[in-house]
Design a binder for this molecule. Sequence first.
Ligand SMILES: NC(=O)c1ccc[n+]([C@@H]2O[C@H](COP(=O)([O-])OP(=O)(O)OC[C@H]3O[C@@H](n4cnc5c(N)ncnc54)[C@H](O)[C@@H]3O)[C@@H](O)[C@H]2O)c1
Length: 251
Amino acid sequence: MGRVQDKIILLTGGAMGLGKACARRLAQEGARVLITDHNAEAGAATAAELGTNVDFLEQDVTDPARWNEVITHVEATYGRLDVLVNNAAVTVFGSIADVSYEDFRRCYTVDVDSIFLGCKAALPLMSKTGGSIINFSSAAAINASADLVAYNSAKAAIPMLTKSVALYCAREKNGIRVNAVLPGTIMTPNVRSVIDGTPNPAETEELFSLAQPIGHMGEPDDAAHLVVYLASNESKFATGAAFAVDGGLSI
Ligand SMILES: NC(=O)c1ccc[n+]([C@@H]2O[C@H](COP(=O)([O-])OP(=O)(O)OC[C@H]3O[C@@H](n4cnc5c(N)ncnc54)[C@H](O)[C@@H]3O)[C@@H](O)[C@H]2O)c1
């Protein structure tokens, strides 16, 4: 019996990185996982790699109409929705002087609006059974950088959005818990390519590692294990909380 046995889980941005690691761990713990991503090729390949308990659907999480279609598909295919993991996001680098308003808005639309849209679209279906919503924020919601003005501020909105939706669900007594996850720097293919794109990758990797008081970067499963806990009934008393998994970065 897995820790999330037979739960129906919708996870955005599952084609790669932390989303893929979460999908793998959730499926290993017995869940049926539908991953979505706007990268259809990578998403389909990931679902095929992860096995028969993982399905894929193309979705741009910034499209409100597509959210409704995805939820309709979930209900028609699986009959219910137990867990929603809002993982998809983009990182927009740059200072207040460098970032265009267009890129600033893009960061908010993908990182914040998508979570608003996902919660809004999923709540009616999830309310029928209760469940768990898990929103990916970041240690960057707490630790600011001069060169992350869009990402810092967008990710900071997520724990508060999470608290508000959690209180709404508690008031409605619909059995839905809502929590945020705040990872520190975790080595994914995209983080690898950011490091490799700097003038001195070895030095950058060392700096990234030392930024975490624990002295090293995280692995994707560090976040995935937390997501399994929040998706499972083990976390039944947790709602409205922000869970850091960051090697102490946000202390
Ligand atoms: N990796 C880290 O170090 C780290 C640290 C803190 C927080 N996070 C957060 O964890 C989550 C996952 O991070 P990651 O490093 O795996 O990211 P990633 O960039 O490797 O993967 C993000 C996924 O989201 C998808 N995506 C992007 N825009 C989309 C859109 N509009 N519609 C649908 N899918 C879209 C991408 O195709 C990709 O598969 C993000 O919310 C990120 O902000 C990551």
